[in-house]
Design a protein around this ligand. Structure first.
Ligand SMILES: O=CCCCC(=O)O
Length: 453
């Protein structure tokens, strides 16, 4: 029998042991999901949306213990964990209010007596989820997808098994039927056979580009609908008229939130020459005021990275960039899974700090000669999750919206997710959308119905 053990990345101490699922355990999970779907799909959307309200309440009631679990399993600062759970409740409330409208038949006038689009559930959807926002990433997919009448099987990241188990219990506590939301602890081979299984009708993955390519290939081979939310290398463009006093904290947060481990974090700060020195000085100074420490301490801004090997990978990417001519402005010490908030300068195309996703608290500051060059540099990425621009010249900012080939473009705000707005990327950042009406319609059969009397 194989086990996995969760480890606290802050002190390296083991937390809990969990038994991996055997093939027969997985068969049982799939059969349960299939059985649950038969009755769940016949419930009204109103009923399913009503359960979302209970889900939101249960999340709020347990927000402290869920946040503690995240701090222990993946090093998230406790206050950020509490905010994450509150955001989950927000998404549930949003869909509780709007799901009926989103899923109602859409009448379309034709020569028929009646013609419309009916939004039917697909069946069981497999979710492969990451550790960086262990509650949010799951809820933002599962809340709408279940409300559309599907069932869900969650394969969470192997370093957050406690969060996966807590999520399964959360749905049961909120009154969801047995088998509608189940978690599994499975290896890659088992995942492959789950995707092949005819009970599974769709797959969603939030994770790395590498994982996305592997799972999307399996979904494609089996002709299963999939949504891919992958990595990002978001640019934060700073034009010479940016209001640094007003927005510096936003820019720091855009990089350092969640100890820098976010797909939508600002990773490349592309700053026009005229404001470069001032930006670099103020930005670095502000970063140095962030408090590193125990993730369970409510005063901590920067916790540890989720695993030591991830911190080592980041260190390697920084070292490779330094070898190619980048320079350290502040920080750049690693101790176990802790990585000191770091600012790199002299970063150019061809260095990992420009070309790759740096998934930790390292900001690359890049000089552009003017506004135009800054925009061209921002768009020069294999990823396409989002970009942000800081300027007071909104008229000119609007003109470059079409030059940013990303899933999102934020002006004077960090790229962030919001239940009311679609979320997703282009290029190597994936495809499909989560949240908003777009998200709830990803895993439904948009059925054309045509009636002649
Ligand atoms: O890694 C992706 C993080 C998404 C975080 C969010 O939705 O705010």
């Amino acid at each position: 029998m194989e086990y996995i053990e969760s480890i606290n990345p802050y002190n390296g101490k083991p937390l809990e042991k969990y038994r991996m699922f055997s093939d027969s355990d997985i068969k049982r999970v799939l059969e349960k999901a299939e059985l649950a779907f038969e009755s769940w799909k016949t419930e009204s959307v109103e009923h399913r949306a009503g359960l979302l309200k209970k889900l939101a309440k249960t999340l709020m009631k347990n927000k402290k213990s869920y946040a503690q679990l995240m701090s222990k399993e993946m090093g998230k600062p406790i206050n950020q964990g509490i905010a994450e759970v509150e955001k989950c409740a927000w998404a549930c409330d949003f869909y509780a209010k709007n799901a009926v409208g989103f899923l109602s038949d859409d009448l379309i006038e034709t020569e028929a007596d009646e013609s419309f689009i009916s939004y039917d559930p697909l069946g069981c959807v497999l979710a492969v989820m990451p550790w960086n926002f262990p509650f949010w990433q799951v809820i933002r997919f599962a809340a709408p997808t279940l409300t559309a009448g599907n069932t869900v099987i969650l394969k969470h990241a192997s370093n957050v098994p406690g969060c996966a188990l807590a999520l399964q219990e959360l749905f049961l506590m909120a009154g969801y039927p047995e088998g509608s939301f189940q978690f599994i602890l499975a290896d890659h081979q088992q995942l492959e056979s789950i995707i092949e299984n005819s009970i599974v009708q769709g797959v969603t993955l939030t994770g790395s580009e590498k994982a996305g390519r592997a799972i999307a290939a399996q979904a494609g081979k089996n002709l299963k609908k999939c949504v891919m939310e992958l990595g990002g290398n978001n640019a934060c463009i700073v034009w010479e008229d940016a209001d640094l006093d007003k927005y510096l904290d936003t820019m720091v947060m855009a990089r350092m939130q969640n100890t820098g481990q976010s797909c939508i974090a600002a990773k490349r700060f592309i700053v026009v020459e005229a404001i470069y020195d001032e930006f670099l000085m103020k930005f670095s100074k502000r970063i140095q005021t962030l408090k590193s420490g125990d993730p369970l301490d409510k005063h901590t801004d920067i916790g540890v990275m989720a695993r030591e090997d991830l911190a080592k990978t980041l260190e390697q990417q920084v070292n490779d960039s330094l070898e190619k001519g980048a320079q350290v402005k502040i920080g750049n010490k690693r101790n176990g899974a802790y990585y000191e908030p770091t600012v790199l300068t002299a970063v150019v195309l061809g260095m990992p700090a420009f070309d790759e996703e740096l998934f930790g608290p390292v900001a690359a500051v890049i000089k552009a000669k003017d506004r135009k060059e800054a925009v061209v540099m921002a768009a020069n990425s294999k990823f396409g999750l989002g970009s942000m621009l800081f300027t007071q010249d909104i008229k000119s900012a609007r003109k470059i919206i079409g030059d940013i080939p990303d899933g999102a473009f934020f002006i004077n705000e960090m790229v962030k997710s919001d239940p009311r707005l679609p979320f997703g990327g282009t290029k190597a950042s994936g495809f499909g959308r989560e949240l908003s009406m777009e998200g709830i319609l990803e895993f439904v059969n948009k059925k054309t119905v045509y009636i002649k009397k």
